[in-house]
Design a protein around this ligand. Structure first.
Ligand SMILES: N=CN[C@@H](CCC(=O)O)C(=O)O
Ligand SMILES: [Zn+2]
Length: 377
Protein backbone atom coordinates (compact mmCIF):
# COMPACT_ATOMS: atom_id res chain seq x y z
CA UNK A 1 0.00 0.00 0.00
CA UNK A 2 1.15 3.57 -0.62
CA UNK A 3 0.57 4.80 2.94
CA UNK A 4 -0.35 3.14 6.23
CA UNK A 5 -1.65 5.24 9.13
CA UNK A 6 -1.04 3.39 12.40
CA UNK A 7 -1.51 6.06 15.10
CA UNK A 8 1.58 4.48 16.66
CA UNK A 9 3.56 7.38 18.21
CA UNK A 10 6.84 5.46 17.89
CA UNK A 11 6.55 5.78 14.08
CA UNK A 12 6.61 8.86 11.79
CA UNK A 13 4.70 11.94 13.00
CA UNK A 14 1.61 11.97 15.20
CA UNK A 15 -0.21 9.56 12.86
CA UNK A 16 2.59 6.97 12.84
CA UNK A 17 2.74 6.80 9.05
CA UNK A 18 4.60 4.08 7.12
CA UNK A 19 5.05 4.60 3.37
CA UNK A 20 5.19 1.74 0.84
CA UNK A 21 3.91 -0.33 3.69
CA UNK A 22 2.61 -3.80 4.48
CA UNK A 23 0.72 -5.12 7.46
CA UNK A 24 0.39 -8.75 8.54
CA UNK A 25 -2.73 -10.04 10.30
CA UNK A 26 -2.91 -13.18 12.43
CA UNK A 27 -6.38 -14.27 13.52
CA UNK A 28 -8.09 -10.93 14.16
CA UNK A 29 -4.98 -9.02 15.31
CA UNK A 30 -2.21 -6.97 13.73
CA UNK A 31 0.94 -9.12 13.87
CA UNK A 32 3.48 -7.03 11.95
CA UNK A 33 3.75 -3.53 10.43
CA UNK A 34 6.56 -2.17 8.27
CA UNK A 35 7.91 -1.52 4.78
CA UNK A 36 6.48 -3.82 2.11
CA UNK A 37 10.03 -4.72 1.04
CA UNK A 38 10.69 -6.22 4.50
CA UNK A 39 7.35 -8.03 4.93
CA UNK A 40 7.39 -11.67 6.08
CA UNK A 41 5.66 -14.29 3.92
CA UNK A 42 1.90 -14.69 4.43
CA UNK A 43 -0.69 -17.34 3.48
CA UNK A 44 -2.97 -14.87 1.74
CA UNK A 45 -2.31 -11.38 0.42
CA UNK A 46 -4.45 -8.37 -0.48
CA UNK A 47 -3.21 -6.17 -3.26
CA UNK A 48 -3.62 -2.58 -2.08
CA UNK A 49 -1.10 -0.99 -4.43
CA UNK A 50 -1.44 2.79 -4.57
CA UNK A 51 -3.97 2.87 -1.73
CA UNK A 52 -3.92 4.14 1.84
CA UNK A 53 -4.98 2.09 4.87
CA UNK A 54 -6.10 3.76 8.10
CA UNK A 55 -7.40 2.35 11.40
CA UNK A 56 -11.09 1.50 11.08
CA UNK A 57 -13.17 4.50 12.10
CA UNK A 58 -14.63 4.28 15.60
CA UNK A 59 -18.13 5.75 15.56
CA UNK A 60 -18.66 6.33 19.26
CA UNK A 61 -22.07 8.05 19.05
CA UNK A 62 -25.10 6.81 17.13
CA UNK A 63 -28.82 6.31 17.58
CA UNK A 64 -29.57 3.59 15.01
CA UNK A 65 -32.59 1.84 16.56
CA UNK A 66 -35.52 3.78 15.17
CA UNK A 67 -38.34 3.56 12.67
CA UNK A 68 -40.25 6.29 10.83
CA UNK A 69 -39.22 9.31 8.80
CA UNK A 70 -38.45 12.89 9.89
CA UNK A 71 -37.22 14.37 6.64
CA UNK A 72 -39.90 17.09 6.83
CA UNK A 73 -38.34 18.20 10.13
CA UNK A 74 -34.96 18.45 8.38
CA UNK A 75 -36.55 20.64 5.70
CA UNK A 76 -37.96 22.90 8.43
CA UNK A 77 -34.47 23.23 9.97
CA UNK A 78 -33.17 24.41 6.61
CA UNK A 79 -35.66 27.25 6.66
CA UNK A 80 -34.44 28.30 10.10
CA UNK A 81 -36.70 26.46 12.55
CA UNK A 82 -34.64 25.68 15.66
CA UNK A 83 -34.11 22.18 17.08
CA UNK A 84 -35.32 21.57 20.65
CA UNK A 85 -35.70 17.79 20.86
CA UNK A 86 -39.48 17.80 20.42
CA UNK A 87 -39.30 15.71 17.25
CA UNK A 88 -37.90 12.74 19.18
CA UNK A 89 -41.51 11.87 20.10
CA UNK A 90 -42.25 11.23 16.41
CA UNK A 91 -39.51 8.59 16.26
CA UNK A 92 -40.67 7.12 19.57
CA UNK A 93 -44.18 6.54 18.22
CA UNK A 94 -42.91 4.87 15.02
CA UNK A 95 -40.30 2.79 16.87
CA UNK A 96 -42.79 1.45 19.42
CA UNK A 97 -45.11 0.46 16.55
CA UNK A 98 -42.39 -1.46 14.65
CA UNK A 99 -41.96 -5.23 15.01
CA UNK A 100 -38.69 -6.76 16.20
CA UNK A 101 -37.97 -7.94 12.66
CA UNK A 102 -38.58 -4.50 11.18
CA UNK A 103 -36.27 -2.86 13.70
CA UNK A 104 -33.62 -5.56 13.26
CA UNK A 105 -33.74 -5.04 9.49
CA UNK A 106 -33.36 -1.26 9.79
CA UNK A 107 -30.53 -1.61 12.27
CA UNK A 108 -28.65 -4.20 10.22
CA UNK A 109 -28.93 -2.05 7.12
CA UNK A 110 -27.61 1.04 8.96
CA UNK A 111 -24.65 -0.84 10.44
CA UNK A 112 -23.78 -2.21 6.98
CA UNK A 113 -23.99 1.35 5.62
CA UNK A 114 -21.49 2.46 8.28
CA UNK A 115 -19.04 -0.35 7.47
CA UNK A 116 -19.29 0.45 3.79
CA UNK A 117 -17.98 3.94 4.68
CA UNK A 118 -15.13 2.70 6.86
CA UNK A 119 -16.52 2.44 10.39
CA UNK A 120 -15.52 -0.78 12.17
CA UNK A 121 -16.47 -0.08 15.81
CA UNK A 122 -19.94 1.30 16.40
CA UNK A 123 -21.67 2.50 19.55
CA UNK A 124 -25.48 2.33 19.47
CA UNK A 125 -27.89 4.02 21.89
CA UNK A 126 -31.46 3.25 22.80
CA UNK A 127 -33.71 6.26 23.37
CA UNK A 128 -36.69 5.85 21.02
CA UNK A 129 -38.54 3.33 23.21
CA UNK A 130 -38.83 5.34 26.43
CA UNK A 131 -40.77 2.64 28.25
CA UNK A 132 -39.44 -0.47 29.95
CA UNK A 133 -40.12 -3.01 27.20
CA UNK A 134 -39.20 -0.86 24.20
CA UNK A 135 -35.95 0.43 25.71
CA UNK A 136 -34.90 -3.12 26.65
CA UNK A 137 -35.86 -4.34 23.17
CA UNK A 138 -33.76 -1.62 21.47
CA UNK A 139 -30.71 -2.59 23.51
CA UNK A 140 -31.24 -6.32 22.98
CA UNK A 141 -31.35 -5.76 19.20
CA UNK A 142 -28.34 -3.43 19.25
CA UNK A 143 -26.38 -6.02 21.27
CA UNK A 144 -26.76 -8.44 18.39
CA UNK A 145 -24.44 -6.12 16.43
CA UNK A 146 -22.11 -4.41 18.92
CA UNK A 147 -20.83 -4.65 22.48
CA UNK A 148 -20.93 -0.83 22.73
CA UNK A 149 -24.59 -0.39 23.67
CA UNK A 150 -25.85 2.63 25.58
CA UNK A 151 -29.01 2.92 27.68
CA UNK A 152 -30.60 6.30 26.89
CA UNK A 153 -33.97 6.04 28.63
CA UNK A 154 -33.30 9.66 29.66
CA UNK A 155 -33.36 10.90 26.07
CA UNK A 156 -36.51 12.99 26.57
CA UNK A 157 -39.57 12.77 28.81
CA UNK A 158 -42.05 10.91 26.55
CA UNK A 159 -45.40 12.58 25.75
CA UNK A 160 -47.46 10.32 28.06
CA UNK A 161 -45.21 11.25 31.03
CA UNK A 162 -44.99 15.01 30.53
CA UNK A 163 -47.45 15.72 33.36
CA UNK A 164 -45.11 14.14 35.91
CA UNK A 165 -41.42 14.40 35.04
CA UNK A 166 -40.21 13.08 38.35
CA UNK A 167 -42.30 9.89 37.97
CA UNK A 168 -40.59 9.35 34.61
CA UNK A 169 -37.12 9.79 36.13
CA UNK A 170 -38.18 7.31 38.87
CA UNK A 171 -39.06 4.84 36.13
CA UNK A 172 -35.74 5.36 34.30
CA UNK A 173 -33.65 4.76 37.42
CA UNK A 174 -35.95 1.95 38.59
CA UNK A 175 -37.63 -0.70 36.44
CA UNK A 176 -36.27 0.60 33.15
CA UNK A 177 -32.66 0.49 34.32
CA UNK A 178 -33.18 -3.00 35.77
CA UNK A 179 -34.53 -4.27 32.44
CA UNK A 180 -31.90 -2.49 30.32
CA UNK A 181 -28.66 -2.87 32.29
CA UNK A 182 -28.09 -6.51 31.21
CA UNK A 183 -28.00 -5.40 27.56
CA UNK A 184 -25.97 -2.20 27.99
CA UNK A 185 -22.38 -1.19 28.67
CA UNK A 186 -23.08 2.54 28.98
CA UNK A 187 -25.65 4.94 30.43
CA UNK A 188 -26.30 8.32 28.81
CA UNK A 189 -28.58 11.31 29.42
CA UNK A 190 -29.66 14.31 27.33
CA UNK A 191 -28.74 17.06 29.83
CA UNK A 192 -29.93 20.35 28.42
CA UNK A 193 -31.52 23.32 30.20
CA UNK A 194 -32.67 24.84 26.91
CA UNK A 195 -35.01 22.05 25.88
CA UNK A 196 -38.40 21.58 27.55
CA UNK A 197 -38.05 17.84 26.82
CA UNK A 198 -34.53 17.02 28.03
CA UNK A 199 -33.20 16.67 31.59
CA UNK A 200 -32.00 19.17 34.18
CA UNK A 201 -28.69 18.93 35.98
CA UNK A 202 -30.26 17.28 39.06
CA UNK A 203 -32.30 14.83 37.00
CA UNK A 204 -29.25 13.98 34.90
CA UNK A 205 -27.06 13.43 37.98
CA UNK A 206 -29.67 11.08 39.41
CA UNK A 207 -29.88 9.06 36.19
CA UNK A 208 -26.12 8.78 35.77
CA UNK A 209 -25.49 7.86 39.41
CA UNK A 210 -28.12 5.12 39.22
CA UNK A 211 -26.47 3.76 36.07
CA UNK A 212 -23.03 3.81 37.66
CA UNK A 213 -24.43 2.01 40.73
CA UNK A 214 -25.86 -0.63 38.39
CA UNK A 215 -22.39 -1.23 36.91
CA UNK A 216 -22.77 0.83 33.72
CA UNK A 217 -20.25 3.46 32.61
CA UNK A 218 -21.31 7.06 31.95
CA UNK A 219 -21.44 9.26 28.88
CA UNK A 220 -23.43 12.48 28.50
CA UNK A 221 -25.18 14.53 25.80
CA UNK A 222 -24.21 18.03 26.97
CA UNK A 223 -23.99 21.66 25.90
CA UNK A 224 -25.63 20.97 22.53
CA UNK A 225 -28.33 23.65 22.39
CA UNK A 226 -26.74 26.27 24.62
CA UNK A 227 -24.47 26.72 27.62
CA UNK A 228 -25.29 24.29 30.40
CA UNK A 229 -24.17 21.96 33.17
CA UNK A 230 -23.58 18.85 31.02
CA UNK A 231 -19.82 19.14 30.65
CA UNK A 232 -19.17 19.82 34.31
CA UNK A 233 -21.51 17.02 35.37
CA UNK A 234 -19.72 14.59 33.04
CA UNK A 235 -16.37 15.52 34.56
CA UNK A 236 -17.75 15.39 38.13
CA UNK A 237 -18.99 11.83 37.59
CA UNK A 238 -15.92 10.64 35.66
CA UNK A 239 -17.88 10.05 32.45
CA UNK A 240 -15.87 8.61 29.57
CA UNK A 241 -17.22 11.22 27.19
CA UNK A 242 -19.37 14.32 26.92
CA UNK A 243 -20.83 14.65 23.47
CA UNK A 244 -21.76 17.71 21.38
CA UNK A 245 -19.85 20.40 23.39
CA UNK A 246 -21.13 23.10 21.05
CA UNK A 247 -21.46 25.85 23.68
CA UNK A 248 -18.57 25.85 26.16
CA UNK A 249 -17.49 28.35 28.81
CA UNK A 250 -13.89 28.80 29.90
CA UNK A 251 -14.77 26.82 33.04
CA UNK A 252 -16.02 23.95 30.92
CA UNK A 253 -12.75 23.89 28.97
CA UNK A 254 -10.72 23.97 32.20
CA UNK A 255 -12.78 21.15 33.67
CA UNK A 256 -12.27 19.01 30.56
CA UNK A 257 -8.57 19.79 30.35
CA UNK A 258 -7.99 18.57 33.89
CA UNK A 259 -9.92 15.34 33.35
CA UNK A 260 -9.95 12.05 31.45
CA UNK A 261 -13.37 12.88 29.96
CA UNK A 262 -13.24 13.07 26.17
CA UNK A 263 -15.06 15.90 24.33
CA UNK A 264 -16.83 14.20 21.43
CA UNK A 265 -17.69 16.56 18.58
CA UNK A 266 -20.49 15.74 16.14
CA UNK A 267 -20.26 18.26 13.30
CA UNK A 268 -22.86 16.43 11.20
CA UNK A 269 -25.38 17.76 13.73
CA UNK A 270 -24.43 21.39 13.21
CA UNK A 271 -24.45 20.80 9.44
CA UNK A 272 -27.89 19.16 9.46
CA UNK A 273 -29.48 21.61 11.90
CA UNK A 274 -27.86 24.72 10.42
CA UNK A 275 -26.25 25.59 13.77
CA UNK A 276 -22.89 27.06 14.76
CA UNK A 277 -20.04 24.53 14.94
CA UNK A 278 -18.14 23.82 18.17
CA UNK A 279 -14.73 25.46 18.48
CA UNK A 280 -12.47 22.43 18.15
CA UNK A 281 -9.33 24.55 18.04
CA UNK A 282 -10.07 25.96 21.49
CA UNK A 283 -10.38 22.44 22.90
CA UNK A 284 -7.25 21.11 21.19
CA UNK A 285 -5.19 24.12 22.22
CA UNK A 286 -6.23 23.49 25.83
CA UNK A 287 -5.08 19.83 25.51
CA UNK A 288 -8.61 18.47 25.88
CA UNK A 289 -8.98 14.94 24.47
CA UNK A 290 -11.20 15.23 21.42
CA UNK A 291 -13.19 12.62 19.49
CA UNK A 292 -15.29 12.82 16.33
CA UNK A 293 -18.39 10.71 15.67
CA UNK A 294 -21.40 10.72 13.36
CA UNK A 295 -24.36 10.96 15.80
CA UNK A 296 -26.37 9.21 13.09
CA UNK A 297 -29.99 9.74 14.20
CA UNK A 298 -33.31 10.67 12.58
CA UNK A 299 -33.56 14.16 14.07
CA UNK A 300 -30.33 16.13 14.07
CA UNK A 301 -28.13 14.21 11.61
CA UNK A 302 -29.25 11.32 9.44
CA UNK A 303 -25.74 10.79 8.11
CA UNK A 304 -23.67 7.74 9.05
CA UNK A 305 -20.56 9.09 7.36
CA UNK A 306 -17.38 9.52 9.38
CA UNK A 307 -15.58 10.84 6.27
CA UNK A 308 -18.17 13.64 6.20
CA UNK A 309 -17.57 14.34 9.90
CA UNK A 310 -13.82 14.53 9.21
CA UNK A 311 -14.34 16.87 6.25
CA UNK A 312 -16.58 19.17 8.33
CA UNK A 313 -14.09 19.13 11.22
CA UNK A 314 -11.39 20.32 8.83
CA UNK A 315 -13.46 22.76 6.79
CA UNK A 316 -15.59 24.22 9.58
CA UNK A 317 -13.95 23.57 12.95
CA UNK A 318 -10.29 24.39 12.42
CA UNK A 319 -8.89 20.87 12.80
CA UNK A 320 -6.03 19.68 10.59
CA UNK A 321 -6.71 16.54 8.51
CA UNK A 322 -4.38 14.62 10.84
CA UNK A 323 -6.16 15.85 13.99
CA UNK A 324 -9.54 15.01 12.52
CA UNK A 325 -8.55 11.49 11.46
CA UNK A 326 -6.95 10.83 14.83
CA UNK A 327 -10.06 12.10 16.63
CA UNK A 328 -12.26 9.71 14.60
CA UNK A 329 -10.03 6.74 15.40
CA UNK A 330 -7.83 6.97 18.50
CA UNK A 331 -9.92 9.74 20.12
CA UNK A 332 -13.21 7.90 19.68
CA UNK A 333 -11.61 4.67 20.89
CA UNK A 334 -10.52 6.51 24.02
CA UNK A 335 -14.07 7.81 24.48
CA UNK A 336 -15.19 4.16 24.55
CA UNK A 337 -12.31 3.22 26.88
CA UNK A 338 -10.98 0.85 24.22
CA UNK A 339 -7.26 0.36 23.62
CA UNK A 340 -7.64 -2.46 21.10
CA UNK A 341 -9.13 -0.29 18.33
CA UNK A 342 -8.35 3.11 16.81
CA UNK A 343 -4.72 2.23 16.04
CA UNK A 344 -2.81 -0.42 14.09
CA UNK A 345 0.24 -1.26 16.21
CA UNK A 346 0.99 -4.99 16.64
CA UNK A 347 -1.54 -6.49 19.05
CA UNK A 348 -4.40 -4.17 18.04
CA UNK A 349 -7.53 -5.52 16.38
CA UNK A 350 -6.99 -5.77 12.65
CA UNK A 351 -9.80 -3.33 11.83
CA UNK A 352 -8.62 -1.88 8.55
CA UNK A 353 -10.21 0.84 6.47
CA UNK A 354 -9.00 1.11 2.90
CA UNK A 355 -9.04 4.37 0.98
CA UNK A 356 -9.30 4.37 -2.75
CA UNK A 357 -6.64 7.08 -2.66
CA UNK A 358 -2.89 7.32 -1.95
CA UNK A 359 -3.09 9.36 1.28
CA UNK A 360 -5.36 10.01 4.30
CA UNK A 361 -5.45 13.66 3.17
CA UNK A 362 -7.94 12.54 0.56
CA UNK A 363 -10.62 11.88 3.24
CA UNK A 364 -11.49 15.58 3.64
CA UNK A 365 -10.10 16.53 0.21
CA UNK A 366 -12.46 14.18 -1.68
CA UNK A 367 -15.51 15.24 0.35
CA UNK A 368 -18.69 13.48 -0.67
CA UNK A 369 -16.85 10.82 -2.70
CA UNK A 370 -17.12 7.27 -1.25
CA UNK A 371 -13.39 6.44 -1.09
CA UNK A 372 -13.39 4.71 2.35
CA UNK A 373 -14.57 1.16 3.13
CA UNK A 374 -13.91 -1.34 5.89
CA UNK A 375 -11.82 -4.25 4.59
CA UNK A 376 -13.45 -7.68 4.99
CA UNK A 377 -10.57 -10.02 5.82
N1 LIG B 1 -29.86 15.52 21.34
C1 LIG B 1 -30.31 14.44 21.57
N2 LIG B 1 -30.33 13.34 20.79
C2 LIG B 1 -29.96 13.33 19.41
C3 LIG B 1 -31.09 13.77 18.54
C4 LIG B 1 -32.22 12.80 18.58
C5 LIG B 1 -33.39 13.14 17.69
O1 LIG B 1 -33.71 14.31 17.42
O2 LIG B 1 -34.04 12.16 17.26
C6 LIG B 1 -28.66 14.06 19.17
O3 LIG B 1 -27.65 13.53 19.64
O4 LIG B 1 -28.61 15.11 18.55
ZN1 LIG C 1 -26.91 11.77 20.24
Amino acid sequence: MAELVTNDPSLEGPLGIVRDAALVVEDDRVAWVGRAADAPAADRTFDLVGRCVVPGFVDSHSHLVFAGDRSAEFAARMTGEPYDGGGIAVSVEATRAASDDELRGLLTHRVAEMRSQGSTTIEIKSGYGLNVDDEARALRLARELTTETTFLGAHVVPPEARGDRSAYVDLVVGDMLTACAPHARWIDVFCEPNSPYAFTEDESRRVLRAGLDAGLEARVHGNQLGPGPGVRLAVELGAASVDHCTYLSDDDIDALAGSETVATLLPGVEFSTRSPYPDARRLLDADVKVALASDCNPGTCYSSSIPLAIALAVREMGMTPAEALQAATLGSARSLRRDDVGHLAPGARADLTVLDAPSYLHIPYRVGVPIARALDL
